[in-house]
Ligand binder design. Structure first.
Ligand code: ACO
Length: 429
């Protein structure tokens, strides 16, 4: 029997069906609320609002569970490659050997970007933030590959667009970095796999040999997998919002990159390192910064702490913490910022302020230390997040465009402005 929820307004009762997902998550279907009652719901930041049905990622923030297409993140991080994870997210199943080969081949075949696009990079100032370049370049792909932005692409055309994007974004990201440091671009190589190819484009140059360390490849692979999807977060909801107007996929992704850039979202990994560095330079007085974070008069927050849905340790942070330890050992590195991060975590987790509010380290708390050990500069951290999140964004775009229930995203509001009044001519004001 379908469960229902009753809403009583004045003396009238309205009934709404309760829908339940496969993991028993329930929600009240209020599609007809306004039509029946004349009322809307007000939910700042959408903390209680389901915007869609989705079969891609399950996350239980109370229990610290995260699964892509049913598979626990811990298993994927240990056993899967990023490309395999991308396939899983986008197509819903683990690829066969043949499917994976074809998919990987698509990456190699599409790694180059149009030569003319290089001129576009030239127009940017060296030292500009690479996230700005990345979003501009991804949006511009629509102009360079007009054949991919048909209003109603076929399944085969969508498949091409997906590998093109996944592959080219990595090249654009590396070019954006080279531009930001004023070095010549390094082209993708056919003989290298996805992650070594990226590292080579980032760090090799005509003047110096770059050794691709397997430990760095392994750590980066893990980080990208952990970032690959996180259901209806800010940037993914942006993809769905922009895509709901039937804007092309490049436009949706460019918007998502900008949403991710914010320090409360994917830009937090950069902010965490900047915060740890600030604490270090200030003599390492961690308690002072914990006190600042708790002080409501102070705008300072512990970056990399807290999450809208996790009220338990973020499972991704747990995996990254172990990875960071192993990576630093393998590369024989010592990062004083890691010591500060570990102590900061211990102090915060035993402080009533953080305990009461269920604030735990999130994915970004340790990821920056791993990126730093690999040699990735701080302003590229959000770009790394974007490369990792791309399969998730694409999977949601695909799911949304295939769902007949999709309508243009158009929230309502409660108007709090002035009542009707007359225009006053300028000379009378
Ligand atoms: N430091 C100090 N206090 C915090 C922090 C923090 N990092 N995060 C939340 N709080 C406090 C808030 O002040 C609030 O306290 P109050 O109830 O006394 O007013 C309470 O905890 C609840 O916080 P909200 O801001 O209401 O939580 P919300 O779900 O809106 O925000 C967010 C979540 C944005 C992640 C927040 O925790 C934050 O700003 N964290 C730091 C930035 C960060 O790490 N972002 C990355 C998130 S993960 C990702 O997007 C990849």
């Amino acid at each position: 029997m379908t469960k229902t929820a009753k809403l009583i307004i004045d003396d009238k009762t309205y009934e709404f069906s309760i829908i339940t997902g496969t993991e028993n998550e329930s929600g009240i279907d209020i599609t007809n609320l306004r039509q029946l009652t004349g009322l809307i719901t007000l939910d700042n930041g959408y903390g209680n609002t389901g915007s869609c049905r989705s079969a891609i990622t399950f996350l239980d923030g109370e229990k610290g569970i995260l699964r892509y297409r049913g598979i626990p993140i811990e298993e994927l991080a240990e056993k899967c490659s990023f490309i395999e994870t991308a396939y899983l997210l986008v197509y819903g199943h683990l690829p066969s050997l043949k499917e994976l080969d074809r998919f990987s081949q698509g990456f190699s075949d599409n790694a180059m970007i149009h030569e003319d696009m290089k001129h576009f990079f030239e127009g940017y100032k060296s030292g500009g933030h690479p996230m700005g370049l990345l979003s501009a370049m991804v949006g511009s792909l629509a102009a360079y590959y007009p054949e991919l932005i048909k209003p109603h692409p076929s399944t085969a055309e969508i498949d091409i667009m997906i590998v093109e994007l996944l592959s080219k974004v990595r090249t654009i990201a590396a070019f954006a970095y080279k531009k930001s440091i004023g070095e010549p671009y390094v082209y993708p190589r056919h003989d290298l796999r996805y992650i070594p190819n990226f590292l080579n484009m980032m760090f090799s140059s005509p003047a110096k040999h770059y050794e691709i360390r397997p430990e760095a490849v392994d750590a980066l692979q893990c980080l990208l997998i952990l970032h690959a999807d996180h259901e209806q977060n800010c940037s993914t909801s942006t993809v769905r919002m922009v895509g709901s107007s039937k804007a092309n996929l490049f436009a949706c992704l460019s918007a998502a990159i900008n949403a991710l850039w914010g320090p409360l979202h994917g830009g937090a990994n950069q902010s965490v390192i900047e915060m740890l560095e600030m604490i270090r330079k200030d003599g390492g007085d961690i308690k002072k910064y914990v006190a600042k974070a708790k002080n409501k008069e102070d705008t300072f927050r512990l970056m990399g702490f807290g999450h809208r849905v996790y009220k338990n340790y973020d499972p991704r942070a747990k995996i990254i913490k172990e990875k960071v330890d192993a990576l630093l050992k393998a590369l024989n590195l010592h990062d004083p910022l890691l010591d500060i991060a570990i102590e900061l975590e211990q102090i915060a987790l035993s402080d009533p302020y953080f305990i009461e509010r269920k604030l735990f380290p999130n994915v970004d708390f340790y990821s920056g230390i791993a990126y730093k050990a690999i040699g990735i500069p701080v302003n590229m951290f959000p770009v790394m997040f974007a490369i990792g999140r791309l399969p998730g964004w694409i999977a949601h775009w695909k799911e949304m465009t295939e769902d007949p229930a999709t309508r243009i995203g158009r929230p309502r509001q409660i108007y709090t402005g002035l009542l009707k009044r007359d225009y006053i001519p300028i000379e009378q004001r």
